[in-house]
Design a protein around this ligand. Structure first.
Ligand code: PFF
Length: 446
C-alpha cells in the first residue's frame, strides 16, 4: 500500500456525501426511532439534538483534523501525531469490529423484508407480523441475508475508495433523501397521524434530562454521526487540502438530523395511526411498519421502497466501518489492499455468525444481555464510542498545540477563523466534561 498513490475524494460535495453516507444509516432509520419510542419521543429528540450540537460535532471536527493532517488510517493517524495516542486508533478498530458484529445482521433483515415485500409473502400470510418476525429471526434466512449484505459491502470496498465508496455514496444518498421525503408526505395523510406528531414533537422535560435518556441519547449521537471510533479520521484522510472541515461537519450533522427527524415523522404518525405501541424496541420498524403498509393502496410497492431505503442507508455505512479496518490492515500491516479487504470481510463473517448463532442470558450494570448483539450494541454506542470521543477531544484540545486545530479548521489561514476560539472551547472543556458526566452517570458511578 505504501508505494501506491493514496486515494482522495473528488470535490466538496463528494466529501460531504461520503461522510453523510457513513453517518446516515440504520442508526437514524432503525435505531433512532426505536430508542425515541422507548424514551418518550420528543424528549429524546430534544436531548439527542443537543448532544449532536454540543458533543458530536466537536468530536467530528477533531477526527477530521487528525485524518486530513496525517492522511492515514485511524491507528496510523494518531500514532503519527503522538505514539502513545495510537491507542485511540485501536479503540476505534475494536469498536468497528463490535459494530460489524451486529450491523450486517439488521441490514440483512431489511433485505429479507425487501424480498418478501416484492414477492408478496409478507402481506399474504395468515399469521401476524409479530409472528412472522419471530419465525423469520428463528429461521436460517437471516444467515443467508447477512452474508449477502457482507458480500455487497465487500464488492464496493474491493472497487476502491474512489470508484467504490465515493461513487456508491454519490448515487445512493440522493435516492435515499427522495424516498424518505415521499414517505413522510404519504404518512401525513393517514388518519390519526396527529397523535404521532404530538408524541414525537412535544417534549416532557422531566424525562428528557433523566440519566438514562441522556446516556442513551449521547450514545446515539456518537453512533449516528459515526464519531468516536476513527471512522471520520479514516474518511478525512481522503479529503484534500481545500475541504472545508467546518462546512463538511455541519452539512453531515444537519443531513443526519434531518434524516433521523424525517424517520420519526414517518414512523410515529404511522404507528399511532395503526393503534400500535411506539415502545416495541429493535423490532419496531419490522413489525409495526408492515402493519401500516398493509392497509395502504400499493402496499407491496411502498413496503419495498421503504426496505430499499433502509438497505441503501445501511450499505453506505457498512462500507465506512469496513474501510476503517481495511485501511488499518493495508497501511499498518503492509497488506495489499485486496488482501486487507478479504481479511476484513472474513472477520466480519465470523463475528456476524457468532451473533446469529449464539445466545446466552446475563445481567450487567442493570442491563439484560441475551446475545452478542446486545454486547456489541451497548459496548460500542454506550462505552467505546463515548470513551473514544472523550479522549479524541482531550488529545486535540490538550495534547496537541492549539495551532494544530486552528490550521486544520482554517486550511492554514485560507478560511475565516473567527469561530475557531469558540470551537476550541467546546473541544477543550465543554464536550469532554459533558461526555464524562453523562458517561459516569449512565454507568451509575455518579
Ligand atoms: N452512523 C452509522 C449509522 O447511524 O447507522 C453507524 C456507524 C458507522 C457508526 C460508522 C460508527 C461508524 F464508524
Amino acid at each position: 500500500m505504501s508505494n501506491e498513490k493514496r486515494a482522495s475524494f473528488g470535490g466538496k460535495l463528494s466529501a460531504i456525501l461520503v461522510a453523510a453516507g457513513s453517518a446516515i444509516g440504520l442508526g437514524s432509520i432503525w435505531r433512532f426511532p426505536y430508542l425515541a419510542g422507548e424514551h418518550g419521543g420528543a424528549a429524546f429528540l430534544l436531548v439527542y439534538l443537543l448532544c449532536v450540537l454540543i458533543i458530536a460535532i466537536p468530536v467530528m471536527l477533531c477526527e477530521f483534523a487528525v485524518g486530513r493532517r496525517t492522511h492515514k488510517n485511524a491507528v496510523g493517524g494518531f500514532r503519527q501525531l503522538s505514539k502513545p495516542w495510537q491507542i485511540l486508533g485501536f479503540n476505534g478498530i475494536l469498536c468497528a469490529l463490535f459494530i460489524s458484529g451486529y450491523y450486517y445482521v439488521i441490514a440483512g433483515w431489511s433485505l429479507d423484508y425487501l424480498v418478501n415485500s416484492i414477492n408478496g409473502s409478507l402481506y399474504n400470510s395468515d399469521i401476524s407480523f409479530a409472528q412472522q418476525y419471530a419465525q423469520f429471526t428463528a429461521s436460517p434466512w437471516p444467515i443467508v441475508y447477512t452474508l449477502i449484505f457482507i458480500l455487497l459491502t465487500h464488492f464496493i470496498i474491493a472497487r476502491g475508495v474512489e470508484k467504490g465508496i465515493e461513487k456508491a455514496s454519490n448515487i445512493m444518498m440522493p435516492i435515499l433523501f427522495i424516498i424518505l421525503i415521499l414517505m413522510a408526505i404519504r404518512v401525513a395523510f393517514m388518519p390519526g397521524a396527529a397523535d404521532g406528531y404530538r408524541f414525537f414533537l412535544t417534549p416532557d422535560f422531566a424525562q428528557a434530562f433523566s440519566a438514562d435518556t441522556l446516556f442513551t441519547a449521547a450514545g446515539q449521537a456518537f453512533f449516528s454521526l459515526s464519531v468516536g471510533m476513527g471512522c471520520m479520521v479514516t474518511y478525512a484522510s481522503y479529503f484534500n487540502e481545500k475541504t472545508n472541515l467546518i462546512g463538511t461537519s455541519l452539512s453531515v450533522s444537519l443531513l443526519t438530523l434531518f434524516v433521523a427527524t424525517l424517520a420519526g415523522l414517518v414512523i410515529f404518525p404511522a404507528v399511532f395511526s395503526a393503534g400500535l405501541e411506539p415502545t416495541e424496541g429493535p423490532s419496531l420498524i419490522f413489525i409495526t411498519l408492515p402493519e401500516i403498509f398493509k392497509d395502504m393502496p400499493l402496499a407491496t410497492v411502498w413496503s419495498a421502497i421503504f426496505f430499499i431505503l433502509i438497505g441503501l442507508a445501511a450499505l453506505t455505512s457498512t462500507i465506512s466501518f469496513h474501510e476503517v479496518i481495511t485501511a488499518y490492515l493495508a497501511e499498518e500491516h503492509k497488506m495489499s489492499r485486496k488482501a486487507a479487504t478479504y481479511t476484513t470481510t472474513a472477520i466480519t463473517i465470523v463475528l456476524s455468525l457468532i451473533t446469529l448463532l449464539v445466545t446466552f442470558d446475563f445481567n450487567f450494570l442493570g442491563k439484560q444481555f441475551t446475545s452478542t448483539f446486545d454486547i456489541y450494541d451497548y459496548g460500542s454506542a454506550n462505552i467505546l464510542l463515548p470513551l473514544g470521543g472523550l479522549f479524541t477531544c482531550i488529545f486535540v484540545g490538550w495534547v496537541m498545540k492549539p495551532q494544530f486545530f486552528r490550521e486544520e479548521i482554517t486550511n492554514y489561514g485560507k478560511l475565516p477563523g473567527k469561530i475557531v476560539p469558540f470551537l476550541f472551547i467546546l473541544v477543550r472543556y465543554i464536550a469532554p466534561i459533558l461526555i464524562l458526566y453523562i458517561f459516569l452517570k449512565g454507568i451509575g458511578i455518579l
